[in-house]
Structure formats: C-alpha cells, structure tokens
Write a protein that binds this ligand. Structure first.
Ligand code: ATP
Ligand code: MG
Length: 391
C-alpha cells in the first residue's frame, strides 16, 4: 500500500491536442511546487495526476504547496493498493478512523462513495459502497451512516488500482502557469499590482515584472519590499523575471520640461513605453497593471485612455472593475497584503503634482511630450535595467 496524493483538474475546455500540453505543464508545475519535499514523485494518470512517495512528516507541507498550484481543481491525500476489495475496505476503515479523531462528539456520521472506473471489476459501485460501509461501521467505533449529510465521506475508487481517501481539498483552479504565454506586470510596491499579477498567472500566463524605482528618493528598503513581493507571488506564479529600472532621470526631465499638472500622466506613459520594450525582449504578449477605474487621478477613463495610447501592446487590467476591499481580500489570500502595506516610498509618490489632471486630453499631453527626446530617455533607462530571476 502506498501513500499518494490524487490531483484532479477541470477538464471542460480540454479537448484534443490541448490536453497533453496542459497536463504536461501541470505535472511540471506540481513537481516544482514540491521540489522541497524530499523524494516526492509526480506522475500522470488517466485524467489525473498522482504524487507518490511523500513522507508522512512532509504531507502537510506538500498539501499546502499544492494549494498554490494553478490548474488544480481539487486534490486528496489517500492510499493506493491492488484491486482487492477486502484490502481496500480495510484501508478505507483506517482512513475513516483517522478522520474520526478530528471530531469530539460521541457519534460521527459517514457514508462511503464508491466508483468502479474499471468496468472489469466484478462489483458494481453501489455494492462496493454498501459492503465497504458495513466493514467501516464494524471496525470503527462511534460511527453512524448518513447518506445525505454525512460529516465524513469515505471514497473508494477501483481503477488500474484501488484508491481510498476521505478528504477532498479545494485547489486554486485556473490553468497551469506557462500554458498561456507570458506577460509583463508593472509591479509597484502597492496592494494592487501583485494581485493583478496573480490573477493573470491564474489564467496560465507566466510573468516577467518591471519595477520603477527613483533612487535615491526611494530607499533600498523599498526595493527590498518589491523583491519580497515578487518572491511571495512566485509561490503562485512560478519564477518571475524581475526587471528594476531606474526612473529618476526621466522624472527629473519631466519635472523640468513639462507642465506640473501633467507629471503623473506623463510618468505613466513613460512607464508603459519602457515596460513594452522590456516585454518585447522577454517575448511577452501583453502588459499587466493593477489599475481600477476611478481609484486615483491617473485611473479615470480619460487617463487610462491617454496611458494606453502610449503603447500598442494589449494592456490587461484584471482589477479594473474591483473595489479596494475586494482587491484587499485577494491580496490576503495570495499572502502579499502584509508586505504591500509596509510604508516605503513609491516612485510615483516622490514627484506628485499638487493638482494632477483628472481629464487629460491626448492632444495636450502629446504636445507636452514634443519638448522631450522620448526615445533617448527610454533607451537610457532600459540600459540600466537590473534583472533578477525570482523563484
Ligand atoms: P498599486 O497598489 O499597485 O501600487 P496604486 O493604486 O497605487 O496601485 P498607481 O500608483 O496609480 O496605483 O499605479 C497603477 C499601476 O501602475 C500599478 O498597479 C502598477 O501596475 C503600475 N505602477 C505604479 N507604480 C509603479 C512602479 N513604481 N513600478 C512599476 N509599476 C508601477
Ligand atoms: Mg502604486
């Protein structure tokens, strides 16, 4: 008998050729998520993935890690043994006895759900369930059958082998990172952009990230915070190629040569242009930001339009219709919130106009940019790009 973890994925959109590709990506990502779990082996089964050889003392760590792998619909720790009904029923009783310990009350309700996936197996699903239920009832004290609302459901499946388990844990859903291309996230130190990155990664997209710093106006601590955020995100998104671009010279030039009220919107256009160039070099197909309509002056529809106009790559804004409260909940779920709220300066807060335009007109902004050699400014900034692979 082996201890295993059964991993299930949603198959709805997995037709034909896509399927092996999806499965391979998921196997690879599960294996990297479990890299710290000594000896764990990941194998493809029929419409599911199995993790073998996880030591008992590392089981909880393995289950926790799997809770962060996009593409997993649900997963169950359990046991696998030969297609032998009596042995499987005994194993199921042991699992139920273990699960039973989690309840303090005298009597706990349960039912057995059985599945005969291998139609050559001589017992029908209903017979397996009834008979296994009886064996569990006889061997574990303090149980009562309840078919409709049991506290414990014990599962027995007859496939190539027999599989038994009592827990079905919810996975994070989505698609395996890497099966839907790559995008470049504009990553600030705030609450929003890490969430935006995780949401796009959940759709199977791998990430590069671009962070703009305003050294010496922003501190080493602020930069460390961004590295920490990327590291926290990487637990969900897989490795992130983080680019740090020094933005100070551009900000100074804009400050000297352009109307003050346009500073923020001009900075945003330059950020997008630089991010687009870096994205192209990283073979990204889109940019991602944490913008949401109306959140600040630079996120009115007018401002978003003027910002968009600076680039031709699609800009994905997964938080566009969300409230701060909803975004905060997601930041907590992805584990980035506590780091995001550390109080370090962001480059955008260093040069803030007193009265930022909230309804910029593209023609005015383009006119202001005529005073600049945008290409030279962008190339100079990109030349100083510092790249770190965050895993
Ligand atoms: P966040 O919580 O992500 O910082 P925000 O509400 O503070 O967002 P802004 O500062 O207007 O909003 O930024 C909007 C988006 O622009 C961010 O979500 C992020 O994608 C990008 N951005 C802002 N500042 C930076 C920066 N210093 N480096 C890289 N991207 C940035
Ligand atoms: Mg910000």
């Amino acid at each position: 008998m082996d201890n295993i973890i059964i991993i299930r994925y949603a198959e709805i959109h997995l037709k034909g050729l896509n399927r092996p590709f999806f499965e391979k990506a998921l196997v690879k990502n599960v294996a990297s998520a479990l890299a710290g779990i000594g000896g764990a082996a990941v194998r493809r089964g029929e419409s599911r993935i199995y993790v073998e050889n996880v030591r008992e003392d590392q089981m909880n760590a393995a289950l926790e890690a799997l809770g962060r792998v996009f593409g997993i619909h649900s997963y169950s720790p359990g046991v696998r043994l030969e297609q032998d009904f009596d042995a499987a029923a005994k194993a199921l009783a042991c699992l139920v006895a273990e699960e039973r310990k989690r309840f303090a009350q005298e009597t706990v309700t349960f039912r057995v759900e059985a599945k005969r996936a291998d139609k050559r197996f001589p017992m029908k699903s209903s017979e397996m369930a009834a008979e296994a239920g009886g064996i569990v009832l006889d061997s574990v004290p303090g149980l009562k059958v309840n078919l409709d609302h049991p506290e414990i459901t014990a599962y027995m499946e007859m496939r190539d082998k027999a599989y038994c388990y009592t827990r079905v844990l919810k996975g994070p859903g989505g698609m395996p990172v890497g099966c839907n291309g790559r995008a470049a996230l504009l990553l600030s130190g705030g609450i929003d952009s890490p969430v935006a990155g995780c949401m796009i990664a959940k759709r199977g997209v791998a990430l590069s990230a671009v962070h703009f710093e305003s050294f010496p106006y922003t501190s080493d601590k602020a930069l460390e915070k961004v590295h920490d955020l990327a590291k926290l995100m990487a637990r969900y998104t897989g490795p992130i190629r983080l680019h740090v671009v020094r933005f100070t010279d551009i900000q100074m030039t804009l400050y000297e040569k352009c109307p003050q009220d346009y500073l923020t919107i001009l900075m945003r256009r330059f950020m997008m242009r630089i991010a687009e160039r870096i994205a192209e070099a990283d073979r990204c197909l889109a940019l991602v930001t944490g913008e949401s309509v109306g959140q600040v002056a630079s996120q009115t529809l007018e401002s978003l339009g003027v910002t968009n106009n600076a680039v031709s790559m699609p800009v994905l804004r997964p938080l566009i219709g969300m409230d701060k409260l909803e975004i905060t909940e997601l930041a907590q779920r992805y584990g980035t919130f506590d780091t995001s709220i550390l109080p370090y300066e962001d480059c955008c807060t260093v040069f803030v106009p007193k009265h930022p335009v909230t309804k910029p007109r593209l023609a005015d902004i383009q006119k202001a940019e005529e005073a600049l050699d945008a290409d030279a400014m962008i190339s100079a900034a990109i030349a100083g790009d510092a790249v770190t692979e965050i895993a």
